[in-house]
Design a protein. Structure first.
Length: 247
């Protein structure tokens, strides 16, 4: 029996990171976060993604919890057969949290790139496992625009003033903003000499993002970063004109 190994690779702001191998989580049908299917259009996932669980603050981190699994930080995946509505789903879970340091200039780039890598190189013969030297295959990929998808969807998760009665906790427990589960299709492009270029969506991943800086401030700084120099100078002069004069 050949068992697939799946990892989710993420590239952003010149840094590349990858999760550990996904863990098999049993049958999930349509309730899994991450739905994978064969290349037949009859197999698909229905039902909305679950809500994100509350988490401590991370900078550009994601994770979440599927229904009935508490608040563990993870992402689930499910693979569908091609039996239509009667298809059984098998779920995998990525239990990793990836963290990226983000600057304002990074928000102006091409976005955060996701890539699902599948490697079928473990043969199980009873209690014996044999690992074969096969290369990982890119199953699908997507690009996430933080300015249009992530930052506008971020809401305050908690505030240090909610705990311990004041701002004494502000240094150790800074405020955080997080998103609900955001679903992104992972597509693959096939260039066939017979059928031409075909783009197929073979997987969908639901990610929950968390940031430790005010998203509205980040969006405003990114907008100002793109302004021409003349507008920046004029905006600075207007700010000086409206500033109150010191006595």
């Amino acid at each position: 029996v050949v068992r697939p190994r799946m990892r989710l690779g993420v590239a952003f702001a010149g840094a590349e990171k990858e999760t550990e191998d996904a863990d098999f989580a049993g049958p999930a049908r349509s309730s899994a976060w991450f739905t994978m299917r064969d290349e037949h259009p009859s197999a698909s996932s229905t039902g909305p993604p679950p809500s994100a669980a509350a988490r401590p603050p991370w900078q550009g981190a994601w994770g979440g919890a599927s229904p009935g699994h508490g608040s563990d930080r993870s992402t689930a995946a499910s693979s569908a057969s091609t039996r239509g509505d009667a298809a059984d789903w098998a779920a995998w879970r990525f239990g990793d949290t990836l963290t990226f340091a983000v600057r304002t200039s990074d928000l102006l780039g091409a976005g955060l790139r996701l890539r699902l890598r599948v490697q079928s190189d473990v043969v199980c013969l009873g209690p014996l496992q044999v690992q074969l030297p096969h290369r990982a295959q890119d199953y699908g990929e997507a690009v996430v625009d933080l300015r249009s998808r992530v930052l506008p969807a971020s809401v305050p998760a908690w505030s240090p003033h909610q705990f311990f009665g004041g701002s004494e906790c502000e240094f150790e427990c800074p405020p955080a903003w997080e998103t609900p589960a955001l679903v992104f299709p992972l597509a693959r492009v096939n260039d066939s000499p017979l059928s031409g270029v075909e783009v197929s969506t073979l997987a969908r991943v639901a990610l929950s993002f968390s940031v430790n800086a005010d998203p509205t401030v980040l969006l405003r700084e990114a907008e100002q970063f793109e302004m021409p120099l003349t507008y920046k100078v004029a905006d600075g002069l207007l700010s000086c004109m409206h500033a109150p004069l010191a006595p």
